[in-house]
Design a protein around this ligand. Structure first.
Ligand code: ARG
Length: 457
């Protein structure tokens, strides 16, 4: 039976009903739909729009439906048009005429706008908690590996020495910004559109603020047309989640590289790796690859939302039903990714010796060698040139700056002295990079501690 029964003389075509129905995906908002109805009916009663007796019967009926859904006693009808219809029709079937009063002063348009906000509010909280957990893992690891030297790269070429802790904290910074974006999204999401009606508000003396209050929302929307047609909060969330995926995907890419035999910087725990069906030696970073791969889904969800909205005249249009699958998928995907990614990072083994070896082999202290000459009075450009010829000479003779004899240094520039070896030692190179935001072990310890405070402030 349809809600618009009086106006129509025929049932909807069966296949068209399936096409039109959103129950298969909006059924996950059952709890939020009932919470919204409970707040609405409490307000209707308080305002004298519905009698106290009817209000009580409706409230009990809604609570019964919620209980039965949770216990599995009540199954959702897959033929219902949507969750709102299902709850209302079940209510009326159970309590009779009083159930028909629940929808007074309300439309499914403001109802669905509310349900999505309430549902996503919970998603944001859960996703935020996961991001916080990941930052905690990273800051702990950063402290542990504050002095672990590794090569830093540009263009995938060894560039300058850094510390592994510093590298991890770079991801911590990205994730902190992600958390900030989620918090920002939450603020605009957490207002009640109920009372916007179908599009033009309502003539009933609704107390919109009371409804918002009882749902722990920060306020109400201020234009009925916007109230029912705004899905910016879905777009904002999908955009914030897309950036989360960009960050997880970049991190995954590095994990994949670091696990390779070419790098051997880390080894993933067996519990977060997979083997090959044919090659017995293989240990594959599937989790990281899947996270990298799934980023595309979330970007796609963002595009779906933007495209669904861009041509819509005010106010509600059925196109908006397409918001849910997209934003639900984005939330589900990011949550699943984080659920596997966090323990994978937490349990990985760091191969500090391999990192150190890679850092020692690639002339990554050449800048420091040039800086050494600058400290002896040479202009940087001249120092750069002298060091360049030293590197060329080392490459030709199979040497490194550490193993090049002093006479050969001095043949290029007489300012070189015995202390050059100390100046270009990797430990010195990173220890001296203590400018704010630099990779020195001292900085990493300070920034990791500061990040823990920023995370919880
Ligand atoms: N299932 C619908 C949606 O998700 C609920 C709102 C229906 N409103 C309407 N006027 N048909 O958007």
């Amino acid at each position: 039976m349809k809600l618009w029964e009086g106006r129509f003389s025929k049932e909807i075509d069966k296949k068209t009903n399936d096409f039109n129905s959103s129950i298969s995906f909006d059924c996950r908002m059952a709890e939020q739909d009932i919470a919204g109805s409970l707040a609405h009916v409490a307000m209707l009663t308080a305002q004298g729009i519905v009698s106290a007796t009817d209000g009580e019967v409706i409230t009990d009926g809604l609570c019964g439906i919620l209980e039965d859904l949770q216990s599995g006693k009540l199954a959702i009808d897959p033929n219902a048009e949507d969750i709102h219809t299902f709850v209302e029709q079940t209510l009326t079937a159970r309590i009779g005429d009083a159930g028909k009063r629940l929808h007074t002063g309300r439309s499914r348009n403001d109802q669905v706008a509310l349900d999505v906000r309430l549902y996503l509010r919970e998603q944001v909280k859960a996703l935020r908690a996961q991001l916080v957990e990941l930052v905690e893992v990273l800051t702990n690891k950063a402290e542990q590996y504050a002095a672990t030297i590794m090569p830093g790269y540009t263009h995938m070429q060894r560039a300058q020495p850094i510390t592994f802790g510093h590298h991890l904290l770079a991801y911590g910074e990205m994730l902190l910004r992600d958390i900030g974006r989620l918090d920002d999204t939450y603020k605009r999401m957490n207002v009640s559109p109920l009372g916007s009606g179908a599009l033009a508000g309502t003539t009933y003396p609704l107390d919109r603020e009371a409804v918002a209050n009882s749902l722990q929302m920060a306020g109400v929307t201020h234009n009925s047309l916007d109230g029912v047609s705004d899905r910016d909060f879905c777009v904002e969330l999908a955009a914030a989640l897309s950036l989360v995926m960009v960050h997880l995907s970049r991190f995954s890419e590095e994990i994949i590289l670091w696990c390779s035999w070419e790098f051997r910087f880390v080894e993933l725990d067996d519990a977060f790796s997979t083997g090959s069906s044919i090659m017995p030696q293989k240990k594959n970073p599937d989790i990281a690859e899947l996270v990298r791969g799934k980023s595309g889904r979330v970007f796609g969800d963002l595009m779906t939302l933007l495209t669904a909205l861009k041509g819509l005249p005010l106010a509600y249009n059925k196109d908006m039903q397409e918001d849910k699958e997209a934003i639900f998928d984005a939330c589900d995907t990011v949550r699943m990714c984080l659920t596997a990614f966090i323990p994978m990072i937490d349990t990985m083994t760091v191969k500090a010796d391999n990192m150190r070896k890679a850092a020692a082999g690639g002339f990554i202290n050449a800048t420091d060698c040039a800086d050494y000459l600058v400290s002896k009075g040479l202009p940087f450009r001249d120092a750069y040139k002298a060091t360049g010829s030293l590197v060329a000479l080392c490459i030709a003779d199979g040497l490194t700056l550490e193993t090049l004899p002093l006479e050969r240094y001095q043949a290029v520039c007489e300012l070189f002295d015995e202390d050059v070896y100390d100046a270009i030692s990797l430990e010195r190179c990173v220890a001296e990079r203590k400018v704010i935001g630099g990779p020195s072990p001292e900085n990493v310890r300070k920034e990791a501690a500061a990040m823990k405070i920023r995370l919880h402030s």
